[in-house]
Design a protein around this ligand. Structure first.
Ligand SMILES: [Zn+2]
Length: 715
């Protein structure tokens, strides 16, 4: 018995303590304005202000590559020499190399995890897309050191580990060679970011070649080796270096590539070379280097000779090229503050008339606008290649869709789709080719930032350009979509749902909201430029971006980063009540209240005791009291539009900090000289409010409001 009583007491004590413990837990800071716990702790590599720290490092890799493109078998083979420089403070026992072509292997992870459902009707093309008969992937015929003796390596999916014979110490270089080959995919049949397109009418191929050689993975302070496999959605990340590339193709082919052509006099005719040099001084319109007539002659030619095109590129993170007999080639020079690059286009006749009219001009426009908002385009060339249906970016070169109908006519959607994709893919030169973020981890850091600048470039191309993404109102449908289809922007690339809206549209819109609604253009443009310049030719992380923006604007934006990037909260502000008070002055005399008709009728002795501000307030005829609720959860500024009796309007912006102490509701009073007859929340849809039906409310007139009673009048 005694023991039982003790147990009961013990139980009571435990219950009491645990109840207290629960209460204590509830008091944990859940404010949406708190700093973000997920952020890495600042350190010597990356500072708390978002800058590279004093120990910041990045690796470097230089390539010498010789490639042979075989047009008969649609395959490619190459030999490359990789020189890897370890600038990290760490000793490396092995190197990781990316073999992204292995995504097309028969039993690749990407193929094994792709899913489908049967439908009532299905096209055989769709079935073939899910069950491809294409067996791609690298064949490695040699992996050897400088002296030619075999290296020890292991291939795990799209990654290859090279076990170093001797550990690579800080500051040391290692050179090795890989010989490889792979069959090229039919891009329109099997998909993919690169591959060939076949033109049956003239029996020609157009090759857009990328991810085509074994490439060094990034090693850094943030993640060590970048070890995420290529599964198809998350793109790429590479260290910077110099490339020396020789591409051997049939002699009637024309090649465009990352970098500067080194042997133009060997691969072009005298006349073509003259035109290329003329283009370097022509700023007002594109000049043909290969004319439509020459391209048409090439289409019919079938030489068995080959030619080698030699390119060099400095300080790039990747290399891609395009080759075909079908290419028309035009170019024009672009004057930037510190550089005069060549804007160029390569396209088959099937791209005309759109391509000869717009492509190179759009490249030039993009170089100018992006340079203005970030830093001058630093490379010597920027190339747009016409490849049906895709848009894909590489340093100095990109592949773009936008094809007219066979009879040369085209819809507005095709035209603007083409202009937009060219702006977008050329724009990727800045993010992520130069501001070199990890695409495989964070899609928004390149797609989102780039889509934001794309929007600005589109609006500068033409007034009222039909931009698909960028404006706040265009993201509302996404913000109110089924929660099970939403993930935060800060989700690793492979797990993102609604990819285009999540990783392109929403971050781009967020930056626009910062620019237009939260910070203003001058402050935001300064901050964005600060980020771009601070991290150009470096590897930034998300924290580096968020911290750098705050560092440049002098404002804690935790609430914005948290809400917009780390949650799926939506904005729904609700105007609950609007009460209008018309104050009347009451004078207390001998314990009796009497109404004073006007301020002027107040006794002088009282008026004299009032400050100027008090006098003005007493003469203010209207006070409007608003109660506003945050129903959606997302913290946003509050934008109010007042309409007055005389039809005049006034827009007032309350900063998001209005929600600091109560994130659900606030009440605030606004003085007016004129009678407000209408009030509306977010009239221009700047905050992505998902329900505007509750953004207005009838103004009610409240009972007389006594603003002041006077005490101690006789003194
Ligand atoms: Zn993109």
């Amino acid at each position: 018995m005694k023991k039982k009583k003790q147990l009961i007491i013990l139980w009571l004590i435990i219950s009491f303590l645990s109840a207290n413990y629960t209460n204590a837990q509830e008091r944990v800071n859940t404010s949406k304005f708190r700093r973000i716990e997920e952020w890495n702790t600042p350190n010597a590599y990356r500072t708390a202000s978002g800058a590279p720290g004093f120990k910041y490092f990045q690796q470097r890799v230089d390539y010498k590559i010789s490639i042979v493109l075989d047009d008969k078998t649609q395959s490619i083979s190459g030999e490359e020499e990789i020189t890897y420089l370890n600038l990290s403070p760490d000793v490396l026992t092995h190197l990781w190399i990316q073999l992204d072509q292995n995504i097309s292997r028969e039993n690749s992870t990407a193929r094994l995890i792709s899913k489908m459902r049967m439908k009532d009707t299905i096209s055989v093309e769709e079935m073939a897309y899910y069950f491809p008969d294409f067996k791609g992937g690298f064949t490695l015929s040699a992996v050897v050191d400088k002296s030619g003796s075999n290296e020890k390596y292991y291939v795990n999916g799209t990654m290859m580990r090279l076990d170093l014979k001797k550990p690579l110490k800080p500051g040391q270089k290692y050179t090795f060679k890989i010989k490889w080959s792979y069959p090229i995919n039919d891009r329109l049949k099997y998909g993919g970011r690169s591959g060939y397109e076949y033109f049956p009418a003239d029996d020609n191929y157009l090759y857009a070649i990328a991810q085509f050689f074994p490439r060094m993975a990034v090693y850094n302070d943030d993640r060590g080796w970048q070890t995420q496999q290529f599964l198809g959605q998350g793109e790429f990340t590479f260290p910077f270096g110099d490339y020396d590339v020789r591409i051997t193709v049939p002699a009637d082919f024309v090649v465009g590539a990352t970098g500067e052509l080194q042997n133009a006099s060997q691969v072009l005719s005298k006349e073509q070379l003259k035109r290329l040099n003329e283009a370097k001084h022509t700023f007002d319109k594109p000049v043909f280097v290969i004319t439509p007539q020459e391209a048409s002659d090439n289409e019919k030619s079938r030489t068995t000779n080959t030619k080698t095109w030699h390119f060099r590129a400095k300080n790039v993170r990747d290399f891609a090229f395009a080759a075909s007999r079908k290419f028309i080639w035009d170019a024009m020079a672009v004057k930037l503050g510190t550089n005069t690059p060549l804007a160029m286009s390569f396209y088959p006749k099937e791209g005309n008339p759109l391509w000869e009219e717009y492509s190179t001009r759009v490249v030039a426009h993009t170089l100018k606008v992006y340079s203005k908002y970030t830093f001058d385009y630093p490379y010597p060339v920027a190339i747009s290649v016409h490849t049906d249906r895709i848009g894909m970016e590489y340093p100095m070169i990109c592949f773009n869709g936008g094809r007219p109908r066979p009879d040369g006519t085209y819809s507005k959607a095709t035209k603007y789709g083409m202009i937009s994709v060219i702006i977008h893919e050329v724009g990727h030169n800045w993010f992520p080719m130069i501001v070199n973020s990890d695409e495989r981890q964070w899609t928004w850091m390149d797609e989102g930032l780039n889509t934001y600048l794309q929007y600005l470039a589109e609006q500068e191309w033409k007034e009222n350009y039909p931009s698909r993404r960028g404006a706040a109102r265009n993201i509302v449908d996404y913000m109110k979509s089924d929660p099970s289809t939403l993930v935060p922007i800060m989700t690793q690339s492979e797990s993102i749902l609604q990819f285009g809206n999540n990783a392109y549209g929403k971050p781009a819109t967020g930056l626009n909201i910062l620019r237009e609604t939260i910070l203003g253009r001058e402050l935001f443009d300064h901050a964005f430029r600060h980020y771009a310049n601070r991290w150009k030719f470096k590897h930034p992380t998300p924290e580096d971006f968020f911290r750098t923006i705050e560092d440049a604007v002098g404002q804690d934006l935790s609430w914005f980063w948290r809400g917009w990037f780390y949650t799926t909260d939506a904005c729904d502000q609700y105007l609950k009540s609007a009460r209008l008070f018309v104050p009347q002055i009451v004078h207390k005399k001998d314990n009796v209240y009497e109404k004073v008709e006007t301020f002027e009728n107040l006794p002088d002795e009282i008026k004299n005791r009032l400050s100027q501000n008090e006098r003005e307030l007493m003469q203010t005829p209207y006070f409007l009291e608003l109660t506003i609720q945050n129903k959606g959860g997302l913290i946003m500024p509050v934008i109010l539009k007042f309409t007055f009796e005389d039809s005049a309007t006034h827009v007032l912006r309350l900063p998001a900090e209005i929600w600091l102490k109560n994130e659900k509701e606030f009440t605030k009073v606004f003085p007016f000289a004129k009678k407000p007859v209408r009030v509306e929340l977010d009239p221009e849809l700047e905050t992505t409010d998902i329900d505007t039906s509750n953004n207005q409310v009838e103004i009610t007139r409240s009972n007389t409001f006594y603003i002041f009673t006077f005490k101690n009048q006789a003194q």
